[in-house]
Design a binder for this molecule. Structure first.
Ligand SMILES: Cc1cc2nc3c(=O)[nH]c(=O)nc-3n(C[C@H](O)[C@H](O)[C@H](O)COP(=O)(O)OP(=O)(O)OC[C@H]3O[C@@H](n4cnc5c(N)ncnc54)[C@H](O)[C@@H]3O)c2cc1C
Length: 278
């Protein structure tokens, strides 16, 4: 077991710089269990980090034990349409596999720099109006609950828009999942098509974590387009999207506060999609 004290701007896709007082990487369940026990004993929160594409670090000094998922990446074929995938595998790697094998899949996530574990924890998918998520193809998820390894079928996993029993701090570790992808035929490369779409409509000019809020009043968020604090701004191009050039996460937090304040004074509901870790 090795808990490190490191400084890094690589752990969140906002690329903000922080000192991580408690940082570790695990490559087996036994290692994860040791860190989990340490966190419990030391009364410290722990956070399972996938690729950091939905993670907002708050303070300059992060006290939470940040546990980077370094389990080995693997896509194992069970039958032509069924695969078992480990949680550290990148979503894009799985989509490339599906495309090569002519399998239908969640190709709308081709522009998302997520791990399979992060996507399952977040119930990643298309916008609310489409009602499509990664779980449309999930048979079961295997996870470690801090005590034992368990498997739940997709319909046994409580979830709502961008939320599951795995979302957030002090949670269960997703180890792998079994997916079922029906055979299909393509008229075009769905990965390239999605990437074209996202280049056109999404703002990749600077570090970002995609959508900021999972529930909000569109009229209020629309008005915030272009609002800038220091080197950080609500994108003028993409709705509900913050672009960040600052090493410090304070401007991101302030922009979020402005949006929350406007919702409160207008009696509107707002919920953060990003996971904030301190
Ligand atoms: C350019 C861009 C576009 C995006 N577009 C979309 C989109 O179209 N749809 C969408 O839904 N999201 C989108 N996102 C947001 C983000 O990519 C997703 O939320 C993604 O699922 C996060 O995956 P991650 O591996 O980076 O997770 P992280 O940010 O590392 O973690 C997110 C959550 O997952 C948990 N987690 C991670 N791994 C595990 C594990 N193995 N076991 C248990 N919990 C775990 C973390 O603890 C945390 O609660 C976008 C982000 C970016 C940067």
């Amino acid at each position: 077991m090795e808990i490190k004290n490191i400084e890094s701007n690589k752990l969140s896709f906002y690329r903000t710089n922080h000192r991580f007082k408690n940082y570790a990487e695990f490559s087996s369940i036994e290692e994860f269990e040791e860190y989990h026990q340490w966190a419990k004993k030391s009364n410290v929160d722990f956070y399972i980090l996938g690729n950091g594409s939905n993670t907002l670090f708050g303070r300059k000094n992060i006290k939470t034990l940040v546990l980077k998922n370094n389990l080995s990446k693997a896509i194992r074929s069970i039958s032509p349409e069924r695969v078992e995938v480990t949680s550290s595998t990148l979503v894009i790697e799985l989509l490339k596999y599906c495309y090569e094998k002519s399998l239908d899949s969640f190709y709308y996530l081709a522009s998302v720099p997520a791990t399979v574990g992060g996507a399952l924890a977040m119930n990643a998918g298309r916008g609310k109006e489409h009602n499509l998520t990664i779980y449309d193809f999930v048979e079961s998820v295997t996870f470690f609950d801090g005590d034992k390894i368990r498997t739940l079928k997709a319909d046994e996993i409580d979830r709502s828009y961008r939320k599951t029993i795995f979302t957030g701090i002090n949670n269960f570790l997703i180890m792998s999942a079994i997916f079922s992808f029906p055979h299909t035929q393509f008229n075009e490369n769905p990965i390239a098509a999605r990437r074209e779409w996202s280049k056109k409509f999404q703002d990749y000019n600077s570090p970002n974590c995609g959508s900021v809020f999972k529930n909000s009043d569109p009229k209020i968020i629309q008005k915030l387009k272009g609002l800038k604090i220091g080197k950080t701004n609500f994108s003028s191009k993409t709705f509900n999207w913050i672009n960040n050039y600052s090493e410090n996460s304070l401007p991101i937090l302030l922009l979020i506060k402005v949006a929350q304040f406007l919702h409160i004074i207008n009696s509107r509901k707002i919920d953060l999609e990003l996971i904030k870790v301190d």
